[in-house]
Design a binder for this molecule. Structure first.
Ligand code: SF4
Length: 504
């Protein structure tokens, strides 16, 4: 590779992992082998939409449409164009595209604004803030090399406190923070970091040795780990639930990567729950605590209602009373068993247009949920939280929601964390229904469905209500959503039946 013009995007990828950035440049087929899901694409589209909305804070700007149009940027800057969107700054070695620059007459220089779709800012998660500061510092370094006068470096992000009224208020939707001081603090190091990354990326030969992620748990591996960590067995020690990195490192150092190969002494260093996971994996046999499962089942009161919600996290609040990223509950599926040995009855709700579903959702809940008995969900924090938000936006339903939340029982409990009472080798340390269901009810699966997970359900709903499908396609996807959500609650019924059979 003769010349690498290091872009800000690649620099930020390399800040996370040099090897991953190297693969992106030198082995793009591997880097892109896992195609973006519709949900990933939706995140990108949302980011673009937010970029465009933020431009309304600084209207009437000139847009540099092509990402390599250095000449147009130069021309616009030399004319002191008051607002420029997407200006391109480039030297022989580095390239950065800013989001917005605005001419500041008082300072005789531009103010730069970096737009992020996140709600986290300097008051938010430290890692995020640091990322934004580094992002701005990269831009500042390139701009300084070019001698363009810039007065301040700012972050524009979504305001997490904003509650939408009848109309969307752009000034209230965004928060602007001047991060110039934070950026200055990292400037001393940024040039050497940029040069270091560039030098690494210029190497023709693939970096040798283990990927650093060999010391990280499965959930922290990147999208190219299937290639870089191909030596890992399917059920490796990285899948041990909540394993501490010092223990993981000890196993890796002793070259024990397969969970099956852990010795008695090694297993003894783990917590009780982790030991249980490993023992079940090694024996290949199901284990359960009859007393605890009985206790769990005895608290359930008929009628039993198994319910599951699907929601869409709209970054830009779409309806009255919503905040950025607040979940829009657009669908539920409900299976009810009235009495022991009784028939199972299914009902559902799906909102299919781009209007606020709150009231119809609550009404449908009120009509279909039994007035008494237990309400079973999988991971109660989610459904209870959605109910709570629904009540805050619709106070007339507060009492109803309080009653519903008071009857919720979490079916995940016998499979999760400290309260776990049922262990199966195929759970692989997970308690998600996507792991529990195929292990307990092998003939039921999500594999053949049009909609296969919650992310896909959210994206599908958004595409239906925003008119991105033909009428025929929309109907097909409406059916797909119904099938998916009803399988979620039917799965819960089947899992409950397995628990009942286990102790009867
Ligand atoms: S698996 Fe980890 S170390 Fe390897 S390329 Fe991915 S992020 Fe980097």
């Amino acid at each position: 590779m003769q010349n690498v013009r290091l872009t800000k995007t690649d620099f930020l990828i390399a800040k996370d992992c040099n090897k991953n950035a190297w693969l992106k440049l030198h082995k793009p087929d591997i880097y892109k082998a896992k195609p973006l899901t519709d949900f990933d694409k939706n995140i990108i589209e949302t980011g673009n939409e937010i970029d465009e909305l933020a431009r309304q804070l600084f209207p009437d700007g000139a847009l540099v449409e092509n990402r390599d149009d250095i000449e147009l940027t130069k021309k616009l800057i030399s004319e002191h164009t008051s607002v420029i969107y997407q200006p391109v700054f480039s030297t022989n070695e580095y390239m950065a595209v800013a989001d917005i620059i605005v001419w500041n007459d008082t300072q005789n220089a531009y103010d730069l604004y970096e737009v992020k779709s996140s709600t986290a800012g300097s008051d938010g998660e430290g890692r995020r803030t640091n990322e934004y500061v580094i992002d701005l510092a990269f831009q500042k370094k390139v701009i300084e090399m070019l001698g363009v006068p810039v007065n301040s470096y700012n972050l524009v992000r979504l305001n997490k406190e904003y509650v939408r009224g009848a109309e969307l208020s752009i000034p209230d939707l965004f928060t602007i923070e001047d991060l110039s001081e934070e950026v200055d603090k990292v400037m001393a190091d940024i040039a050497s970091q940029m040069a270091g990354v560039r030098e690494y990326l210029l190497k023709e030969d693939e970096p040798a040795g283990y990927c650093d992620c060999i010391y990280k748990t499965k959930g922290n591996h990147c999208t190219t780990s299937w290639y870089s960590l191909h030596e890992l067995p399917e059920y490796s020690v990285h899948r041990i639930s909540r394993i501490h990195k010092t223990k993981l490192s000890a196993f890796v150092e002793s070259e024990t990567l397969d969970i099956q190969a852990l010795s008695y002494e090694q297993i003894e260093t783990l917590s009780d729950i982790q030991q249980k996971q490993v023992n079940v994996a090694q024996s290949g046999k199901v284990e359960f605590d009859e007393e605890e499962i009985t206790k769990f089942l005895d608290q359930l009161e008929y009628p039993l209602a198994f319910i599951d919600y699907e929601t869409y996290p709209s970054a830009i609040p779409r309806f009255l009373g919503y905040k950025p990223y607040q979940q829009i509950p657009f669908q539920f599926s409900l299976h009810v068993i009235e009495k022991p040995g009784g028939e199972m009855v299914h009902t559902d709700f799906l909102h299919t247009d781009n209007t606020n579903p709150d009231e119809s959702f609550l009404e449908a809940l009120q009509v279909n949920l039994p007035a008494s008995g237990s309400i079973l969900v999988w991971n109660q924090r989610f459904e209870k939280g959605i109910n709570q938000q629904l009540a805050e936006r619709n106070p007339a339903y507060s009492q109803f929601v309080e009653n519903v939340n008071g009857r919720v029982i979490d079916l995940i409990e016998p499979f999760d964390g400290n309260k776990a009472a049922y262990w199966h080798p195929d759970f692989m340390g997970k308690s998600s229904i996507k792991y529990v269901l195929p292990a307990l009810v092998p003939d039921m699966s999500y594999k053949e469905l049009l909609v296969q997970d919650g992310g896909m359900a959210a994206d599908t709903w958004n595409r239906i209500v925003t008119g991105q499908f033909s009428e025929e396609e929309a109907q097909k996807h409406i059916n797909g959503l119904r099938e998916y959500c009803s399988l979620d609650t039917l799965a819960m019924v089947k899992i409950w039946e397995v628990l009942v059979q286990t102790v009867s």
